[in-house]
Design a protein around this ligand. Structure first.
Ligand code: NOJ
Length: 555
């Protein structure tokens, strides 16, 4: 980790270990499964893997509720397995990034158990524990998954705060003892050789002073906590201290899941010089189609994507750095999310890949994205595991939507869309497990799987490999990393086009987001470096006729 901004050259592959590969037939993916698939991961050309949480957890929110930060959950293996994964990955030039969930822990964590056993004792101050009011909870905050953000502590007048589920009590960062505990945990993992952290819900750390009630925004008289408590002034002191005491010492890579950062504050977070983090995720186009509630459907089109991307680039300038994402374990699959029906095929999927992987910033590819895994549409809400799918379903029903309408929102947005077992082959359960998978495999696995795409030179998988290689080790690497990103041809509908430029070297990225042809003048760009239709050269020097969902990279 010698070079200061080494993470700029990285391409990250996000693993959702529970669904990646099951090595022991218990239906749950595990660390040994990842070890067995390291050849595959390396073949993608990625240089970092980010593991979603694998610590001990009662799994109320699939590991984002940690009960022991120092130990690997037995369902995933043990600490030795993780050491081995770090070692074997390092030998292949791949660094391991751990997910750090430090805004909250599990209600089964020993700190919390001690806190509720004595709500006036020392551990109570590790959390937000307050006496209720006559009428109920200490204030009117609504948690992310619906209902009050306060849960009563049985047989006491006290309540505790949880911004997420009630099994995820918020940690009190105002308490220096708690901060010490967290720094110890982070240093423990750094000392094991992880190359960085993805920091969960990190802008939630600071709560509004005095924990005041807020103007209600719903019939329940509550106010959505996420609208008010993200990035509260004063949070910077916590983040600076965390950096200095932990990852800053070893120049590790950090990526913040940082909602609520305003344009004017962005550089404090992501300045290449001295940001709190190496980068935060660019979520500007994620969930472009819905509001906080999935039943609040929004109007959008390709122009919306163009505007948002351009705006981020403007805010970011050349001084900051972003994590570039299309998918993750909280989002639907990108093919279903960003493309109309007519583009939900190889061409649309490869177009999205080019759009993402040529951008300025560190790209994150989520497991299965590289083979074009798709959303699922199960008939019954009971088939869904994801906690937010259940709360969103309830909200839609409460607003009077029919069951079919409520399920349509779940089909489009459920987090289970991206959590179904990874599709290795056409064997039973997509070759993910020999047992019963914890979540059903997507029925399309016989058509969409790694085994099949390995045999096809022109598969999406090989397209991803090609683009990743262009980024990490080609004559174009420098411009792809450090070049500016400028959006052009803005006025042409359904065309997303941008230029990367560094010291006179230029690349042109063209994405025809429609099922019709489009003719375009090319200027000085004459060499095709990649084209999802396999076009190798230009036949009419001055212009190009882009075919439906054609994506081209030119120099
Ligand atoms: C964001 C994580 O990505 C999500 O999966 C989780 O539910 C919440 N943070 C709470 O930890």
């Amino acid at each position: 980790m010698a070079e200061k901004n080494w993470y700029k050259n990285a391409v990250v592959y996000q693993l959702y270990p529970k669904s990646f590969y099951d090595s022991n037939g218990d239906g749950i993916g595990d660390i040994r499964g990842i070890i067995q698939k390291l050849d595959y991961i390396q073949s993608l050309g990625v240089t970092v893997i980010w593991l979603c949480p694998v610590y001990c957890s009662p799994m109320k929110d699939n590991g984002y509720d940690i009960s022991d930060y120092y130990r690997i959950d037995p369902s995933f293996g043990n600490n030795d397995d993780l050491d081995e994964l770090i070692e074997l990955s390092r030998a292949r030039g791949i660094g391991v990034v751990m997910d750090m969930v430090v805004n909250h822990c599990s209600d089964q964590h020993e700190w919390f158990q001690k806190a509720i056993a004595d709500p006036e004792g020392p551990f109570a101050d590790y959390f937000y524990i307050r006496k209720g009011q006559q009428s109920g909870p200490p204030n009117n905050w609504r948690c992310w998954f619906g209902g009050s953000a306060w849960e009563p502590i049985e047989n006491t007048p006290y309540y505790y705060l949880h911004v997420f589920t009630k099994q995820q009590p918020d940690l009190n960062w105002e308490n220096p003892k708690l901060r010490e505990e967290i720094f110890r945990i982070m240093n423990f993992w750094l000392d094991k050789g992880v190359v960085g952290f993805r920091l969960d819900a990190i802008t939630d750390l600071k709560k509004l002073p005095g924990l005041p009630s807020l103007p209600p925004d719903g019939e329940d008289g509550l106010a959505a906590v996420n609208r008010w408590t993200e990035n509260v002034p004063g949070i910077g002191a916590f983040l600076s201290e965390m950096k200095e005491r932990t990852y800053g010492r070893v120049n590790a890579m950090t990526v913040g899941e940082a909602g609520g950062v305003k344009a004017g504050e962005l550089m404090d977070y992501i300045s290449l010089d001295d940001g709190y983090f190496s980068m935060i995720f660019d979520f500007s186009i994620s969930r472009v189609n819905v509001g906080f509630y999935w039943c609040d459907v929004l109007d959008w089109n390709t122009e919306t994507l163009k505007q948002r991307l351009q705006q981020t680039v403007k805010q970011n300038g050349s001084l900051g750095w972003m994590g570039i994402v299309l998918e993750n374990h909280d989002q639907p699959r990108c093919i279903d999310h960003f493309l109309p029906e007519s583009g939900r095929n190889f061409y649309g999927a490869s177009l999205l890949a080019l759009m993402q992987l040529m951008r300025r910033g560190t790209p994150f590819v989520y497991q299965g994205q590289e083979i074009g895994m798709r959303n699922v549409a199960w008939a019954d809400i009971q088939e869904y595991d994801d906690v937010s799918s259940h709360s969103q379903y309830q909200e839609a029903k409460r607003r009077g939507f029919s069951d079919a309408q409520a399920m349509a929102f779940i089909h489009s947005m459920s987090r289970d869309n991206s959590r179904t077992p990874f599709q290795w082959s056409s064997a039973l359960s997509a070759g993910f497990t020999t047992g019963k998978p914890w979540l059903k495999a997507n029925e399309q696995y016989a058509q969409i799987n790694v085994e099949k795409q390995e045999q096809d030179q022109r598969s999406l998988l090989n397209w991803y490999r090609k683009l990743i290689k262009l980024r990490t080790s080609s004559p174009w690497t420098e411009v792809l990393i450090d070049g500016s990103e400028e959006y052009v041809y803005q006025e042409i509908p359904n065309l997303l086009a941008y230029v990367r430029e560094l010291n006179g070297q230029k690349l042109f990225i063209l994405c025809n987001f429609q099922d019709r042809e489009q003719v375009l003048a090319l200027g000085t760009f004459q060499t095709i470096l990649a084209d999802n239709y396999g076009r190798a050269c230009l036949t009419d020097g001055q212009k190009i006729t882009l075919r439906p969902y054609e994506a081209v990279l030119l120099a």
